[in-house]
Design a protein around this ligand. Sequence first.
Ligand SMILES: *Cc1c(COP(=O)(O)O)cnc(C)c1O
Length: 388
Amino acid sequence: MIPYGKQQLDAADLAAVQDVLQSNWLTQGPKVPEFEQAITQQCQTQFAVAVNSATSALHIACLALNVGPGDIVWTSPNSFVASANCALYCGAKVDFVDIDIETGNLSITALSEKLAIAKQCNSLPKVLIPIHFAGQPCYLKAIANLAEQYGFKVIEDASHAIGARYQGAPIGNCQYSDICIFSFHPVKIITCGEGGVATTNSPELARTMQMLRSHGITSEATELTEPSHGVWYYQQQMLGFNYRMTDLQAALGVSQLSKLTRFVAERHLLAKWYDDAFAGNTGISPLQQQPYAYSSYHLYVVRLLNLNKTQHKDCVQFLRQQGIVGHLHYIPIYLQPYYQQLGFKAGYCPQAELYYQQAVTLPLFPGLTALEQQSVVETLQHFLENTL
Ligand SMILES: *Cc1c(COP(=O)(O)O)cnc(C)c1O
Protein backbone atom coordinates (compact mmCIF):
# COMPACT_ATOMS: atom_id res chain seq x y z
CA MET A 1 0.00 0.00 0.00
CA ILE A 2 1.18 3.54 -0.76
CA PRO A 3 0.13 5.63 2.30
CA TYR A 4 -1.08 9.21 1.89
CA GLY A 5 1.69 10.44 4.19
CA LYS A 6 4.38 9.06 6.44
CA GLN A 7 7.41 10.04 8.49
CA GLN A 8 10.96 9.85 7.23
CA LEU A 9 13.48 8.91 9.92
CA ASP A 10 17.21 8.41 9.41
CA ALA A 11 20.16 7.15 11.48
CA ALA A 12 20.73 10.62 12.99
CA ASP A 13 17.15 10.66 14.32
CA LEU A 14 17.58 7.24 15.93
CA ALA A 15 20.93 8.26 17.46
CA ALA A 16 19.42 11.46 18.88
CA VAL A 17 16.72 9.49 20.69
CA GLN A 18 19.17 6.85 21.89
CA ASP A 19 21.43 9.55 23.36
CA VAL A 20 18.53 10.76 25.49
CA LEU A 21 17.66 7.22 26.58
CA GLN A 22 21.22 6.83 27.83
CA SER A 23 21.25 10.22 29.58
CA ASN A 24 19.94 11.22 33.01
CA TRP A 25 16.94 13.10 31.64
CA LEU A 26 14.08 11.36 29.87
CA THR A 27 11.88 14.37 30.54
CA GLN A 28 12.31 17.93 31.90
CA GLY A 29 15.94 17.87 30.78
CA PRO A 30 17.92 20.04 28.33
CA LYS A 31 16.38 18.79 25.06
CA VAL A 32 13.02 20.55 25.40
CA PRO A 33 14.56 24.06 25.71
CA GLU A 34 16.95 23.15 22.88
CA PHE A 35 14.00 22.21 20.66
CA GLU A 36 12.14 25.38 21.65
CA GLN A 37 15.21 27.44 20.77
CA ALA A 38 15.44 25.72 17.37
CA ILE A 39 11.75 26.46 16.73
CA THR A 40 12.12 30.15 17.58
CA GLN A 41 14.99 30.34 15.08
CA GLN A 42 13.08 28.48 12.38
CA CYS A 43 9.98 30.61 12.90
CA GLN A 44 11.74 33.92 13.64
CA THR A 45 9.63 34.37 16.74
CA GLN A 46 10.33 35.31 20.37
CA PHE A 47 8.97 32.33 22.30
CA ALA A 48 8.18 28.67 21.72
CA VAL A 49 6.39 26.48 24.28
CA ALA A 50 6.70 22.76 23.53
CA VAL A 51 3.91 20.41 24.60
CA ASN A 52 2.82 16.81 24.05
CA SER A 53 0.49 17.51 21.09
CA ALA A 54 -0.97 20.27 18.96
CA THR A 55 -4.29 19.56 20.65
CA SER A 56 -2.72 20.48 24.01
CA ALA A 57 -1.15 23.56 22.41
CA LEU A 58 -4.57 24.68 21.11
CA HIS A 59 -6.10 24.15 24.57
CA ILE A 60 -3.51 26.19 26.50
CA ALA A 61 -3.43 28.83 23.74
CA CYS A 62 -7.19 29.36 24.22
CA LEU A 63 -6.79 29.44 28.02
CA ALA A 64 -3.91 31.91 27.79
CA LEU A 65 -6.19 34.20 25.77
CA ASN A 66 -8.80 33.87 28.56
CA VAL A 67 -11.31 31.90 26.51
CA GLY A 68 -14.03 30.72 28.89
CA PRO A 69 -17.77 30.34 29.41
CA GLY A 70 -19.72 33.03 27.58
CA ASP A 71 -17.06 33.38 24.87
CA ILE A 72 -17.30 32.31 21.23
CA VAL A 73 -14.43 30.90 19.17
CA TRP A 74 -14.65 30.73 15.38
CA THR A 75 -12.77 28.29 13.21
CA SER A 76 -12.89 26.57 9.84
CA PRO A 77 -15.08 23.50 9.31
CA ASN A 78 -12.41 22.09 6.98
CA SER A 79 -10.06 20.94 9.71
CA PHE A 80 -9.38 18.21 12.20
CA VAL A 81 -11.81 18.21 15.13
CA ALA A 82 -9.09 19.43 17.53
CA SER A 83 -9.29 22.95 16.02
CA ALA A 84 -12.83 23.30 17.38
CA ASN A 85 -12.69 21.06 20.46
CA CYS A 86 -10.17 23.36 22.16
CA ALA A 87 -12.86 26.03 22.57
CA LEU A 88 -15.28 23.53 24.09
CA TYR A 89 -12.60 22.37 26.59
CA CYS A 90 -12.61 25.94 27.90
CA GLY A 91 -16.39 26.04 28.27
CA ALA A 92 -16.74 28.43 25.33
CA LYS A 93 -18.98 28.07 22.29
CA VAL A 94 -17.65 27.31 18.84
CA ASP A 95 -18.87 28.48 15.44
CA PHE A 96 -17.70 27.89 11.87
CA VAL A 97 -16.79 30.16 8.96
CA ASP A 98 -17.23 28.68 5.47
CA ILE A 99 -14.25 28.03 3.23
CA ASP A 100 -12.91 29.13 -0.12
CA ILE A 101 -13.37 25.93 -2.10
CA GLU A 102 -10.36 26.66 -4.34
CA THR A 103 -7.86 26.60 -1.45
CA GLY A 104 -9.68 24.78 1.35
CA ASN A 105 -8.82 27.72 3.62
CA LEU A 106 -11.29 29.89 5.47
CA SER A 107 -13.01 32.37 3.14
CA ILE A 108 -12.15 35.99 3.89
CA THR A 109 -15.43 37.07 2.26
CA ALA A 110 -17.46 34.69 4.43
CA LEU A 111 -15.51 35.86 7.48
CA SER A 112 -16.12 39.56 6.78
CA GLU A 113 -19.84 39.00 6.22
CA LYS A 114 -20.23 36.86 9.32
CA LEU A 115 -18.38 39.44 11.44
CA ALA A 116 -20.62 42.28 10.25
CA ILE A 117 -23.70 40.28 11.24
CA ALA A 118 -22.17 39.13 14.54
CA LYS A 119 -21.42 42.74 15.46
CA GLN A 120 -25.07 43.68 15.05
CA CYS A 121 -26.15 40.66 17.12
CA ASN A 122 -23.51 41.31 19.77
CA SER A 123 -22.04 37.87 19.21
CA LEU A 124 -18.52 38.64 18.01
CA PRO A 125 -15.89 35.93 18.54
CA LYS A 126 -13.20 36.33 21.18
CA VAL A 127 -10.76 34.22 19.17
CA LEU A 128 -10.52 33.11 15.54
CA ILE A 129 -8.57 29.93 14.73
CA PRO A 130 -7.71 29.86 11.00
CA ILE A 131 -6.09 26.67 9.67
CA HIS A 132 -3.34 26.75 7.07
CA PHE A 133 -4.99 23.95 5.18
CA ALA A 134 -2.70 21.37 3.53
CA GLY A 135 0.20 23.65 4.45
CA GLN A 136 -0.87 26.69 2.43
CA PRO A 137 -0.96 29.85 4.57
CA CYS A 138 -4.26 31.72 4.85
CA TYR A 139 -4.53 35.36 3.81
CA LEU A 140 -3.12 36.46 7.17
CA LYS A 141 -2.96 40.19 6.50
CA ALA A 142 -6.69 40.36 5.81
CA ILE A 143 -7.41 38.31 8.93
CA ALA A 144 -5.23 40.62 11.04
CA ASN A 145 -7.05 43.68 9.66
CA LEU A 146 -10.41 42.19 10.61
CA ALA A 147 -9.04 41.20 14.03
CA GLU A 148 -8.11 44.80 14.64
CA GLN A 149 -11.41 46.15 13.33
CA TYR A 150 -13.58 43.78 15.38
CA GLY A 151 -11.31 43.21 18.37
CA PHE A 152 -10.74 39.46 18.33
CA LYS A 153 -7.55 37.46 18.88
CA VAL A 154 -6.00 35.04 16.40
CA ILE A 155 -4.52 31.57 16.98
CA GLU A 156 -3.07 30.10 13.79
CA ASP A 157 -3.57 26.33 13.61
CA ALA A 158 -0.42 25.64 11.61
CA SER A 159 -0.47 21.89 12.29
CA HIS A 160 0.04 21.40 8.54
CA ALA A 161 2.35 24.30 7.95
CA ILE A 162 5.78 24.16 9.58
CA GLY A 163 8.21 25.29 6.88
CA ALA A 164 5.51 27.26 5.04
CA ARG A 165 5.95 30.95 4.28
CA TYR A 166 3.59 33.89 4.08
CA GLN A 167 4.95 36.68 1.85
CA GLY A 168 8.38 35.15 2.28
CA ALA A 169 8.33 35.07 6.09
CA PRO A 170 8.04 31.84 8.06
CA ILE A 171 4.69 30.74 9.43
CA GLY A 172 5.00 30.83 13.21
CA ASN A 173 6.53 34.31 13.40
CA CYS A 174 3.16 35.57 14.70
CA GLN A 175 3.41 38.83 12.80
CA TYR A 176 -0.34 38.64 12.16
CA SER A 177 -1.49 36.55 15.11
CA ASP A 178 -1.25 36.23 18.88
CA ILE A 179 -0.22 32.57 18.96
CA CYS A 180 0.65 29.97 16.32
CA ILE A 181 0.57 26.24 16.99
CA PHE A 182 2.24 23.30 15.20
CA SER A 183 1.79 19.50 15.33
CA PHE A 184 4.54 16.90 15.20
CA HIS A 185 2.34 13.83 14.75
CA PRO A 186 4.05 11.36 12.36
CA VAL A 187 1.86 12.25 9.36
CA LYS A 188 2.84 15.93 9.61
CA ILE A 189 5.90 17.58 8.00
CA ILE A 190 8.32 16.71 10.82
CA THR A 191 7.64 14.45 13.78
CA CYS A 192 8.37 13.96 17.47
CA GLY A 193 6.23 10.77 17.62
CA GLU A 194 3.61 12.95 19.28
CA GLY A 195 4.19 16.58 20.05
CA GLY A 196 3.21 20.19 19.50
CA VAL A 197 4.45 23.70 20.06
CA ALA A 198 2.93 27.14 20.51
CA THR A 199 4.87 30.19 19.33
CA THR A 200 4.21 33.80 20.35
CA ASN A 201 5.93 37.17 20.64
CA SER A 202 4.20 37.94 23.93
CA PRO A 203 6.22 37.20 27.11
CA GLU A 204 2.98 37.10 29.15
CA LEU A 205 1.26 34.57 26.86
CA ALA A 206 4.42 32.45 26.72
CA ARG A 207 4.77 32.41 30.51
CA THR A 208 1.10 31.53 31.03
CA MET A 209 1.34 28.66 28.53
CA GLN A 210 4.55 27.40 30.20
CA MET A 211 2.73 27.25 33.51
CA LEU A 212 -0.42 25.69 32.05
CA ARG A 213 1.53 22.84 30.46
CA SER A 214 2.87 21.83 33.87
CA HIS A 215 0.03 21.97 36.43
CA GLY A 216 0.02 25.77 36.75
CA ILE A 217 3.13 25.50 38.90
CA THR A 218 6.06 27.91 39.30
CA SER A 219 9.18 27.95 41.43
CA GLU A 220 10.53 31.24 40.06
CA ALA A 221 11.44 33.42 43.06
CA THR A 222 10.07 36.57 41.40
CA GLU A 223 6.66 34.96 40.82
CA LEU A 224 6.01 33.60 44.33
CA THR A 225 3.23 35.23 46.36
CA GLU A 226 5.10 34.67 49.65
CA PRO A 227 8.74 34.07 50.58
CA SER A 228 10.03 30.65 49.59
CA HIS A 229 9.70 27.99 52.31
CA GLY A 230 12.97 26.39 51.13
CA VAL A 231 14.76 24.93 48.14
CA TRP A 232 11.96 22.38 47.55
CA TYR A 233 9.28 25.05 47.34
CA TYR A 234 6.89 25.61 44.42
CA GLN A 235 3.47 27.19 44.08
CA GLN A 236 0.43 26.22 42.06
CA GLN A 237 -1.04 29.50 40.89
CA MET A 238 -3.52 28.35 38.24
CA LEU A 239 -5.23 25.13 37.19
CA GLY A 240 -2.83 23.56 34.69
CA PHE A 241 -2.25 20.14 33.17
CA ASN A 242 0.50 17.68 32.45
CA TYR A 243 0.99 18.57 28.79
CA ARG A 244 4.79 18.37 28.88
CA MET A 245 6.86 17.13 25.96
CA THR A 246 9.53 14.55 26.90
CA ASP A 247 13.22 14.92 26.10
CA LEU A 248 12.94 11.85 23.85
CA GLN A 249 10.38 13.68 21.71
CA ALA A 250 12.31 16.95 21.77
CA ALA A 251 15.57 15.27 20.68
CA LEU A 252 13.75 13.70 17.74
CA GLY A 253 12.23 17.11 17.01
CA VAL A 254 15.64 18.86 16.92
CA SER A 255 16.99 16.23 14.57
CA GLN A 256 13.92 16.33 12.31
CA LEU A 257 13.84 20.13 12.24
CA SER A 258 17.35 20.21 10.76
CA LYS A 259 15.88 18.48 7.67
CA LEU A 260 12.77 20.64 7.35
CA THR A 261 13.91 22.70 4.36
CA ARG A 262 14.85 19.58 2.41
CA PHE A 263 11.56 17.85 3.30
CA VAL A 264 9.48 20.82 2.12
CA ALA A 265 11.54 21.24 -1.06
CA GLU A 266 10.98 17.58 -1.89
CA ARG A 267 7.25 17.92 -1.23
CA HIS A 268 7.20 20.84 -3.69
CA LEU A 269 8.88 18.77 -6.40
CA LEU A 270 6.40 15.92 -5.89
CA ALA A 271 3.45 18.34 -5.92
CA LYS A 272 4.74 19.98 -9.10
CA TRP A 273 4.97 16.58 -10.73
CA TYR A 274 1.31 15.86 -9.88
CA ASP A 275 0.30 19.36 -11.06
CA ASP A 276 1.98 18.75 -14.43
CA ALA A 277 0.46 15.27 -14.76
CA PHE A 278 -3.05 16.64 -14.12
CA ALA A 279 -2.64 19.83 -16.20
CA GLY A 280 -5.21 19.93 -18.98
CA ASN A 281 -7.53 17.47 -17.25
CA THR A 282 -10.58 19.63 -16.58
CA GLY A 283 -12.10 17.09 -14.19
CA ILE A 284 -9.15 17.15 -11.77
CA SER A 285 -8.57 20.38 -9.89
CA PRO A 286 -5.57 20.66 -7.53
CA LEU A 287 -5.84 23.22 -4.72
CA GLN A 288 -5.14 26.70 -6.04
CA GLN A 289 -1.89 28.19 -4.73
CA GLN A 290 -1.98 31.87 -3.76
CA PRO A 291 0.79 34.30 -4.77
CA TYR A 292 1.49 35.25 -1.11
CA ALA A 293 1.82 31.63 -0.01
CA TYR A 294 4.66 29.14 -0.03
CA SER A 295 2.96 25.93 1.07
CA SER A 296 4.69 23.25 3.10
CA TYR A 297 2.52 20.76 1.15
CA HIS A 298 1.47 18.64 4.10
CA LEU A 299 -1.26 17.29 1.82
CA TYR A 300 -1.75 17.05 -1.92
CA VAL A 301 -5.46 17.46 -2.53
CA VAL A 302 -7.40 17.41 -5.80
CA ARG A 303 -11.09 18.03 -6.33
CA LEU A 304 -12.80 15.65 -8.76
CA LEU A 305 -15.22 18.06 -10.36
CA ASN A 306 -17.32 15.74 -12.48
CA LEU A 307 -18.09 12.96 -10.01
CA ASN A 308 -21.30 12.64 -8.06
CA LYS A 309 -21.30 11.63 -4.40
CA THR A 310 -21.41 7.87 -5.06
CA GLN A 311 -18.75 8.01 -7.78
CA HIS A 312 -16.51 10.02 -5.47
CA LYS A 313 -16.87 7.40 -2.75
CA ASP A 314 -16.20 4.62 -5.28
CA CYS A 315 -13.12 6.43 -6.51
CA VAL A 316 -11.42 6.51 -3.10
CA GLN A 317 -12.44 2.88 -2.59
CA PHE A 318 -10.96 1.95 -6.00
CA LEU A 319 -7.65 3.66 -5.17
CA ARG A 320 -7.44 1.59 -1.99
CA GLN A 321 -8.18 -1.62 -3.89
CA GLN A 322 -5.28 -0.74 -6.17
CA GLY A 323 -2.93 -0.28 -3.21
CA ILE A 324 -3.13 3.51 -2.98
CA VAL A 325 -4.34 5.13 0.21
CA GLY A 326 -6.48 8.00 -1.01
CA HIS A 327 -7.82 9.90 1.97
CA LEU A 328 -10.21 12.75 2.65
CA HIS A 329 -9.38 15.92 4.56
CA TYR A 330 -11.81 16.84 6.04
CA ILE A 331 -15.32 15.84 7.03
CA PRO A 332 -16.79 19.26 7.94
CA ILE A 333 -16.35 19.30 11.73
CA TYR A 334 -19.93 20.31 12.47
CA LEU A 335 -21.25 17.22 10.62
CA GLN A 336 -19.74 15.03 13.37
CA PRO A 337 -22.46 13.50 15.55
CA TYR A 338 -21.12 15.31 18.62
CA TYR A 339 -21.46 18.68 16.89
CA GLN A 340 -24.86 17.74 15.47
CA GLN A 341 -25.97 17.22 19.07
CA LEU A 342 -24.83 20.78 19.78
CA GLY A 343 -27.36 21.93 17.17
CA PHE A 344 -25.36 22.38 13.95
CA LYS A 345 -27.33 21.39 10.87
CA ALA A 346 -26.24 20.00 7.51
CA GLY A 347 -26.05 22.84 4.96
CA TYR A 348 -24.47 25.27 7.46
CA CYS A 349 -21.27 25.80 5.40
CA PRO A 350 -22.22 24.89 1.80
CA GLN A 351 -18.73 25.34 0.33
CA ALA A 352 -17.13 23.07 2.95
CA GLU A 353 -19.80 20.44 2.23
CA LEU A 354 -19.35 20.65 -1.55
CA TYR A 355 -15.60 20.43 -1.04
CA TYR A 356 -16.14 17.30 1.07
CA GLN A 357 -18.00 15.68 -1.85
CA GLN A 358 -15.20 16.40 -4.31
CA ALA A 359 -11.86 16.24 -2.52
CA VAL A 360 -9.34 13.41 -2.44
CA THR A 361 -5.96 13.52 -0.72
CA LEU A 362 -3.31 11.71 -2.76
CA PRO A 363 -0.05 10.23 -1.41
CA LEU A 364 2.65 12.86 -0.78
CA PHE A 365 5.69 12.42 1.43
CA PRO A 366 9.48 12.58 1.10
CA GLY A 367 10.63 9.27 -0.32
CA LEU A 368 7.57 8.75 -2.55
CA THR A 369 9.05 7.31 -5.74
CA ALA A 370 8.40 8.41 -9.33
CA LEU A 371 7.02 4.94 -10.04
CA GLU A 372 4.58 5.22 -7.14
CA GLN A 373 3.48 8.68 -8.27
CA GLN A 374 3.00 7.40 -11.81
CA SER A 375 0.81 4.63 -10.48
CA VAL A 376 -1.31 7.09 -8.45
CA VAL A 377 -1.90 9.27 -11.53
CA GLU A 378 -2.67 6.35 -13.84
CA THR A 379 -5.00 4.67 -11.36
CA LEU A 380 -6.95 7.87 -10.81
CA GLN A 381 -7.17 8.60 -14.55
CA HIS A 382 -8.19 5.00 -15.22
CA PHE A 383 -11.07 5.30 -12.75
CA LEU A 384 -12.25 8.59 -14.25
CA GLU A 385 -12.08 7.33 -17.85
CA ASN A 386 -14.11 4.25 -16.95
CA THR A 387 -16.67 6.13 -14.87
CA LEU A 388 -17.49 9.17 -16.97
C1 LIG B 1 -3.08 17.03 13.34
C2 LIG B 1 -3.88 18.23 13.57
C3 LIG B 1 -4.21 18.67 14.86
C4 LIG B 1 -3.90 17.88 16.09
O1 LIG B 1 -2.55 17.59 16.21
P1 LIG B 1 -2.05 16.59 17.36
O2 LIG B 1 -0.59 16.92 17.48
O3 LIG B 1 -2.31 15.21 16.86
O4 LIG B 1 -2.80 16.90 18.60
C5 LIG B 1 -4.89 19.87 14.99
N1 LIG B 1 -5.26 20.59 13.92
C6 LIG B 1 -4.99 20.19 12.67
C7 LIG B 1 -5.42 21.04 11.53
C8 LIG B 1 -4.31 18.98 12.46
O5 LIG B 1 -4.08 18.58 11.21
